[in-house]
Ligand binder design. Structure first.
Ligand SMILES: C[S@@+](CC[C@H](N)C(=O)[O-])C[C@H]1O[C@@H](n2cnc3c(N)ncnc32)[C@H](O)[C@@H]1O
Length: 194
């Protein structure tokens, strides 16, 4: 699991392994990757095209790719308006509370160029009762990139989220939905700034 202090077995709700697909992911220009520390999967796939930002210096230092990494908060991006053709979030939104998710969407919209795209890979977090909410919701993933397979896990205690939740947030932020797909408990969404 990403992060350092490993919770005990009974503090975790580990769901079945998920297999996100990064096969058809072709984009031009610079990519801003939100929460790009940890495994830094987008950096590993797209290399120097990527600027990874993360609030955690340690998570950025641990990410194995050699793209540019900057300590920065997704709710207060230090880039000018209309800077990027692409912004990505690979299992990062699940780490944010609702207010932060909303602020992040607004910032992503601001830094995207007109016609720029926001690509999201994330997982369903169901509504939980009070007892379940105390546990870490842990998503083991296996992702194939180029010729290697990366196995990792992402775990959080955060509010419910699903594809519909982000579709609503996209609408509220004036982002147009271009693509949506779902596989097991994970989903992919592609928004465009018009
Ligand atoms: C575990 S990572 C997600 C997976 C990561 N994209 C990967 O490829 O392995 C989630 C990251 O979001 C970061 N994060 C949390 N809140 C943030 C915020 N407000 N702005 C930027 N990054 C944030 C965390 O520090 C953490 O490193």
């Amino acid at each position: 699991m990403s992060g350092h202090k490993q919770p005990k077995e009974d503090e975790m709700n580990i769901i079945e392994k998920q297999y996100p697909n990064l096969d058809d992911f072709e984009v031009e220009g610079l990519i801003l990757d939100i929460g790009g520390g940890g495994e830094g999967i987008i950096g590993q796939v797209k290399g120097k095209q990527v600027i990874a930002i993360d609030t955690s210096k340690r998570e950025l230092e641990e990410a194995p790719s050699d793209n540019l990494k900057i300590v920065m908060d997704a709710t207060d991006l230090q880039f000018l308006d209309n800077s990027f053709e692409t912004v990505t979030s690979f299992f990062t939104l699940m780490y944010l509370d609702e207010e932060t998710r909303e602020k992040t969407f607004k910032e992503v919209f601001r830094v995207l160029k007109p016609d720029g795209k926001f690509l999201i890979w994330d997982v369903i977090i169901p509504e939980m009762d009070e007892e379940e909410k105390k546990k870490f919701y842990v998503v083991p993933i296996e992702v194939k990139i180029q010729n290697k397979i990366i196995e990792t896990g992402y775990g959080v205690r955060r509010p419910a989220q699903d594809k519909e939740y982000y579709k609503k947030l996209g609408k509220k932020t004036d982002l147009n939905l271009l693509v949506e797909s779902e596989k097991d408990l994970i989903y992919y969404l592609e928004f465009q700034k018009k």
